[in-house]
Design a protein around this ligand. Structure first.
Ligand code: GLU
Length: 306
């Protein structure tokens, strides 16, 4: 079953850059930041920064300040003070309570081992990005186990097992589709260690901040159907999505802090902007200063987006 189209009233453009401060920005994250900033400016919109520090243990103290100062050095300045997700727990709890009350979210008592065993017992092995697709063991009750995590039912209806397919449109990638039930399964909203899951936090905050346009790296595209599902269930509008090309390192792998991508070299901030612009497919632009380069880049971006 597919989600019916929901009417989306035109809202004033609000974009955002939402870094997880697990370390300083690297070249790939500057590309995503610049793309979201350019798109906001090209639409005459507002641009926000949200520090996605829900996974506290992975965020070293002070990394958020480093990220903000790196953005300031390349003149990517937000139109409102940044928001920290670590201060938004009450809003995430309210959203979870609402999903529980409606029957969409349920407590799960399974450990990783329980999940692996349940899957093995069914004689099927379903994995996605190295994660086992949850077999739905606790969907109908905890069977005496203590609650560990909270999950969202990925099915079409709250009391049935019919699969749900989510169709969505990406401004660069075009028509996309994912069978949420089979490919993703019932996904985590609050983890066993008490931390809020990215999927819930991002949806609650994009809704709260009035974000109309999400522009981010293509590695995140695959999360979009989960986020659209949560928007529907929480009565939040679905933003437009644009996933930008990934920046690959010399080894052909995606640049990320995990694979040791170098921190952004801001010795010459204008040169860093030029490199990020080139990765977004912008032509070489005549400019002697950063404000001049950014102004020309906005025009070039607007032309390219049509
Ligand atoms: N915090 C996420 C990251 O740094 C990005 C979230 C998003 O843009 O939706 O990968």
């Amino acid at each position: 079953m597919s989600e019916p189209e929901r009417p989306t009233a035109r809202r004033p453009y609000v974009g955002r850059f939402a870094p997880s401060p697990t370390g300083p920005l690297h070249e790939g994250s500057l590309v995503a930041a610049l793309a979201s900033w350019l798109d906001a400016r090209a639409h005459g919109g507002r641009w926000l920064i949200r520090i996605e520090d829900v996974d506290g243990p992975r965020c070293p103290p002070g990394a958020d300040a480093v990220v903000l100062s790196q953005l300031a050095q390349v003149r990517l300045l937000p139109d409102a003070p940044p928001v920290w997700q670590s201060r938004r727990g009450a809003a995430y709890q309210a959203a979870l309570d609402r999903l529980v009350a409606a029957g969409w979210a349920y407590p799960c008592g399974c450990s990783r081992k329980d999940i692996a065993e349940a899957i093995a017992a069914r004689g099927e092995q379903r994995e996605r990005h190295g994660e086992l697709v949850y077999p739905g063991t606790c969907r109908h009750g905890l069977h005496g186990k203590p609650a560990r995590a909270w999950r969202l039912r990925s099915t079409a209806t709250v009391d049935g097992d019919d699969p749900l397919r989510i169709d969505w449109l990406d401004r660069r990638l075009g028509a996309q589709s994912q069978d949420l039930t089979d490919e993703v399964g019932d996904f985590v909203l609050r983890r066993a260690d008490g931390l809020w899951a990215y999927q819930l936090a991002v949806v609650v905050d994009d809704g709260w901040q009035g974000v109309t346009d999400v522009v981010r790296g293509e590695d995140l595209a695959d999360n979009t159907p989960r986020q659209i599902r949560l928007q529907v269930l929480l009565d939040l509008p679905t933003p437009r999505y644009l996933h930008t090309p990934l920046v690959l390192g010399d080894n052909g792998e995606k640049l990320s802090k995990q694979n040791g991508a170098r921190a952004l070299d801001l010795g010459d901030p204008l040169a860093a902007l030029r490199r990020a612009g080139a990765r977004l497919g912008l032509p070489a632009l005549e400019a002697r200063t950063m404000p001049e380069w950014l102004e020309h880049a906005v025009s070039a971006w607007a032309v390219r987006q049509g």
